[in-house]
Design a protein around this ligand. Structure first.
Ligand SMILES: [Zn+2]
Length: 248
């Protein structure tokens, strides 16, 4: 019977992956999330239910619009698939619990923020503000409100400090995303996120410099690193903390 749970989680992941892909494509264009209904961006034909099945429609139509044959970006099925995998990871870690539902909400925030940051260099308020509200709301059923508030304020404060010291090396969107992450993970998770994302960002930055693809002054988009760090922290903070303690 367990297979039924996994298939259900996969289906939920794909549906919300589709929603996440919608956020990623529409928010930077300043379009509404609810209207117009999904349509082909090339021929404008309104898509029907069969055209909108996450992942599978794209596969069956071989990446082309059913009506005008225009190529449909692989970004859609890729984001749907990624979201599904991340939803599954949260479920495998936290099982049937409020923590899992909170983790799914955090996943949507992280994936949309990371991809919009990669493409546009910004993390829009329309993702972080509702994300913060969701994180604080979920905390009543998960880590507790004051743990969430503490995580949010502390993480926001640290990145704000970094922004001031580095004179704008940290964007406002990154700072707000940090508050969202802290609200979902609490203080220990925020610390782990900060460590992991700084580590990943440094390794990536140094690699680019060594490859001659960037200079010391090239701005690094921090959002994707925050996202990877936060997702890892949300799943493994207890293990990481006890591993670290074991080193001493
Ligand atoms: Zn079309």
């Amino acid at each position: 019977m367990e297979i039924v749970f996994y298939l259900t989680v996969a289906a939920i992941g794909l549906v919300f992956g589709s929603f996440t892909a919608l956020l990623i494509t529409r928010i930077p264009m300043g379009e509404s999330i609810v209207s117009p209904p999904s349509h082909c961006s090339h021929c404008q034909t309104k898509l029907r239910v069969l055209d909108l099945v996450p992942l599978f429609s794209w596969l069956f139509l071989k990446g082309r619009c059913r009506y005008c044959q225009a190529a449909i970006s692989i970004g859609y099925p890729a984001v749907e698939f990624l979201t599904m995998v991340l939803f599954m990871g949260v479920f495998l870690r936290w099982g049937m619990s409020a923590q899992t539902v909170a983790g799914w909400a955090l996943t949507i925030v992280l994936v949309s923020a990371a991809f919009i940051d990669l493409a546009e260099g910004i993390i829009p308020d329309i993702i972080t503000i509702p994300g913060l509200a969701l994180g604080l709301a979920f905390s009543f059923f998960t880590i507790g409100f004051f743990q969430a508030l503490g995580g949010a304020v502390a993480f926001l404060g640290v990145l704000l400090l970094v922004a001031v010291i580095s004179k704008g090396g940290m964007g406002g969107g990154d700072i707000k995303l940090a508050a969202v992450i802290g609200a979902f993970t609490g203080l220990p998770g925020a610390v782990i996120t900060l460590l992991l994302s700084s580590l990943l960002g440094s390794v990536f930055g140094v690699t680019l410099i060594l490859l001659g693809k960037a200079g010391r002054k090239t701005p690094v988009k921090f959002g994707p690193f925050l996202a990877v760090g936060a997702y890892t922290a949300f799943l493994f903070t207890p293990e990481i903390v006890s591993w670290y303690m074991g080193l001493w």
